[in-house]
Design a protein around this ligand. Structure first.
Ligand code: BGC
Length: 851
């Protein structure tokens, strides 16, 4: 017997604001015995209140599929609430009970659904957040209330003084004039009979605040709000309260609120009465309707940024200047603090945030460049004390220096509130080598801190931009740790919208002055990221959405480089960014990436049923491979070998079989030449260990992974890293800090080794052919005296668990395969792979310690 559960619509649990006409439905399966599989399913979808499946009855469909079943029922209308359930048949034809129902609700599908107008606060002080309010009367008998809202800027909405959601930094970052995401809130329980107030605070955010290194007002000079509250009563009548001329605006306690610079609150001005009924707003100004063209509005498809964790300060100590308290949060986190303070009204408290301390023990802030990440709180002077927590900024920090209240605040006065896009963590890894467990934790922390609505390079300096190269290097590791399909679905729209005449760029969304065409390994993210999302989640829609731009990208490069070596049009050509001690040829890297993107475009075409185009790009790939070999290889292998070019040539399949061994020995020689260390930068680091493994030098891969001397992951950990550093030499014993103009201590790129830790060290990996983990490859590769590893991943197909240990001369593996899935198991030193079905499995084989 099998049973469906954990129903998901467009990846999410009971989402509001779905816009696709054919939402994709997925479920997991439970079974009472091993080896069970699904042979058929039946789905029913009914509209709210209907007893029958009036929207869609799929009938029995003979299929093992349990992910991304497209709704093909009656056309769905704006706001439509849909309830769905599924039942399944097992391999023996036994049918399950119906699942518990799940639901989704459609968003506003037509521009004419929007009655709200974009409003601004005229006369607002630039940089100062504005309050908007609108009072309204509601009658009794309310059945449901939905708030549809967004902003140019960032907003927090309230109904009758209650915040409608704990989500932060909404609506997130898109290239706003092109497209702005809106959010949908169920506020049924907040609306009362009689007087009500719809309120919002709107700050500059990415729209008109400081963005990256390009200054303020990137998308517009003044933030604006769009909101529409829809009340539906039991008798079927509706009432709409929308932003427009009926709204009024004012300033409140916020004196500033900027993502990079920080936030200032004068608590003496704080009064929540304005959000509630009965407040006299006659002195407020009328909100002005913005007349500039409205952007396309699309519902949020990704999980919003939220506070995902609270971190207690581990210590508090006097600053080096003696007049302030420094709090140590124990880890380098992204978010802000909640500070409990007490003092006379008007006391000004300043909070400076830094990732690290300098040699004297003072906050090291040079690496922030022009970002200030400084908050100021002016006390109201409440007898019982008061709490400061900003809303419209975020910082990357481990240390907070609080000035204005003396040098001896207690450590429990300060709590770190961690912000991140709130996707669930769906993978875990640990092993007998403690340093690697720290590395794993640092990778996840770095991902959390840099996945803030978009994948950013770093969270602290005046940059925090959607650098494409970083994202493509890390995407596979991200998918191993978290359910990031919605996150990347949203960002890939930004990527497509940011495309210029030459296609993908280096950065998406694209703040205005990054108008260069994409560089090798950066622009290629537009090919690699959707391909990876397809492979991991079985998502063909994301491929379909980006495919035209994938083609444009590779076509453009092929046109500019008829000999298929990427010599022309390399944009900013960053090469193997931040490599140490070895400069890989930029041209070789570029040509390798061109071939790889052609290969993936050809594969994407095949998946999308475009056989001719697939063939065409396959031919171009073959030409690019041949050109690569003709131009860059000789009798000894690669002409100018570096770790990175060797790794790319091996991993991208650019070599003839007989050349692989040569290039492999060159790679080994390059590691030797670096004293047994890695030297790769961003582009090489993702592939280095895979290449060594592919070429049979697992021993070296392990050795690099567990290394503690410079440069290595272990070196930064031994020097206090709690996130992944931007550079191998961010801080060294010999040189101290690297150049402060580019030295972040929270950049996830070099954490791209995480995919290898899952895929090989633990041995839980994608199957080479089957997408979406309906089949997994279990291929543990112990080494470096690691005696056990265990981990798990929750996939579209269900949860896999892998645990292995070495007991003397026996290698043992325990494996859990989800219902309906299969796994191919390849034990170490054991030639014949075994294919197993769902359930728990135990394997043992003789273990020979590596030399
Ligand atoms: C960013 C990187 C990015 C790079 C391009 C840097 O400033 O922080 O992570 O990929 O520029 O080379």
């Amino acid at each position: 017997m099998i049973h469906p559960g954990r129903l998901r619509t467009e990846y999410l649990s009971d989402p509001l604001g779905v816009e696709t006409p054919a939402p994709r439905l997925s479920w997991w399966l439970e079974a009472d015995a091993d080896g069970k599989a699904q042979s058929a399913y039946e789905i029913e979808v009914s509209s709210q209140g209907s007893k029958s499946p009036d929207l869609w009855a799929s009938g029995r469909v003979e299929s093992p599929r349990q992910a991304h079943i497209e709704y093909t029922g009656r056309a769905l209308q704006s706001r439509q609430a849909c309830l769905w359930r599924v039942r399944v048949w097992d391999e023996g034809g036994q049918v399950s009970e119906w699942s518990a129902p799940a639901r989704w609700e459609m968003g506003l599908l037509e521009p004419s659904d929007w009655h709200g107008r974009w409003v601004r606060h005229v006369g607002a002080t630039p940089g100062r957040p504005s309050l908007f309010r609108r009072a309204f009367k509601a009658r009794g008998g309310l059945a449901r209330a939905r708030l549809y809202a967004t902003a140019h800027g960032i907003y927090v909405a309230h109904v009758n003084g209650t915040r409608v959601s704990d989500a932060a930094l909404r609506p997130g970052w898109t290239d706003y004039p092109t497209r702005t995401q809106y959010q949908v809130y169920d506020v049924t329980s907040l609306v009362a009979e009689g007087e009500n107030v719809l309120a919002a605070v709107v700050a500059d955010g990415w729209f008109s605040g400081h963005v990256a290194m390009v200054g303020r007002d990137v998308y517009g000079k003044r933030p604006a709000l769009l909101a529409q509250l829809e009340l539906t009563f039991e008798d079927g009548t509706t009432q709409v309260i929308a932003s427009g001329s009926g709204m009024c605006a004012a300033h409140g306690a916020w004196l500033s609120g900027d993502l990079l610079m920080g936030e200032t609150i004068d608590a003496r001005l704080a009064d929540v009465a304005w959000m509630r009924p009965g407040f006299d707003d006659s002195a407020w100004s009328k909100a002005r309707i913005r007349t500039s063209p409205a952007p396309a509005l699309t519902a949020e498809v990704n999980e919003p940024v939220r506070p995902i964790e609270e971190v207690a300060a581990v210590a508090a100590f006097p600053s080096t200047t003696g007049d302030a308290t420094v709090f140590d949060m124990g880890v380098n986190l992204v978010g802000r603090v909640r500070l409990r303070v007490q003092g006379p009204a008007g006391t000004e408290v300043t909070l400076r945030h830094a990732e690290i301390l300098d040699a004297e023990g003072a906050l090291y802030t040079e690496n922030l460049r022009t970002a200030k990440q400084t908050d100021t709180y002016i006390l109201a002077g409440q007898q019982e004390g008061e709490t400061f927590e900003p809303s419209f900024t975020f910082h990357g920090f481990r240390y907070v220096e609080v000035q204005g209240l003396g040098a001896s605040l207690p450590s429990d006065a300060c709590t770190g509130v961690v912000l991140s896009s709130a996707f669930p963590i769906t993978g875990g890894f640990e092993c007998s080598e403690a340093m690697l467990n720290t590395l794993q934790a640092n990778i996840v922390r770095g991902m959390r801190g840099n996945f803030v609505d978009i994948p950013t390079d770093c969270p602290q300096r005046d940059e925090r931009a959607g650098w494409m190269g970083d994202a493509q290097i890390f995407v596979r590791t991200a998918t191993a740790n978290a359910a990031v399909a919605p996150f990347f679905t949203k960002w890939l729209r930004d990527v497509v919208e940011a495309c210029g005449p030459a296609g993908f760029r280096d950065v998406s969304p694209m703040p205005i002055n990054f108008k260069t065409p994409g560089a090798p390994g950066w622009g290629d993210a537009g090919v690699i990221v959707p391909w990876t999302v397809y492979r991991v989640y079985g998502d063909t829609r994301v491929l379909e959405a980006v495919y035209p731009e994938m083609k444009r990208w590779v076509d453009g490069k092929a046109e500019a480089n008829p000999d298929m070596l990427w010599r022309e049009a390399r944009g900013n050509d960053y090469g193997d960014w931040l490599a140490v001690g070895e400069e890989a040829s930029k041209e070789v890297i570029a040509s390798a990436y061109l071939a790889h993107s052609l290969d993936l475009t050809s594969q994407a075409a095949r998946v999308l049923g475009q056989a001719c185009e697939s063939e065409h790009y396959r031919d171009l790939f073959e030409r690019a491979r041949a050109a690569f070999r003709a131009a860059y290889t000789g009798p000894a292998g690669l002409l100018e070998p570096s770790q990175t070019t060797c790794a790319l040539a091996l991993c991208f399949g650019l070599l003839e079989p007989e050349q692989r061994e040569l290039v492999m020995s060159q790679l080994v020689a390059r590691v030797d030449a670096a004293g047994g260390h890695l030297s790769s930068g961003f582009l090489g680091v993702e592939h280095l260990l895979w290449a060594l493994d592919l070429g049979g030098r697992l021993d070296i891969a392990h050795d690099l992974l567990v290394k503690r001397t410079f440069p290595s992951w272990g070196y930064s950990i031994d020097h206090g890293a709690t996130t992944i550093w931007e550079r191998w030499d961010g801080w060294t014993e010999e040189g101290g800090f690297q150049d402060p103009s580019m030295n972040s201590f929270n950049h996830y790129s070099l954490g791209a080794v995480g995919a290898w830790m899952y895929g090989r060290l633990l041995g839980l990996d994608l199957d080479a052919e089957v997408p979406g983990f309906a089949k997994a490859s279990i291929c543990p590769r112990p080494g470096a005296e690691i005696t056990w590893a265990r981990g798990w991943q929750e996939t579209m197909a269900g949860r896999y668990e892998v645990a292995w240990r070495i007991r003397g001369d026996i290698f043992e593996l325990d494996l859990q395969v989800p219902v309906n899935a299969i796994a191919e198991v390849q034990l170490p030193h054991n030639g014949i792979p075994a294919t197993v079905r769902s359930g728990r499995h135990h394997f043992e084989t003789a273990w020979v310690a590596p030399r």
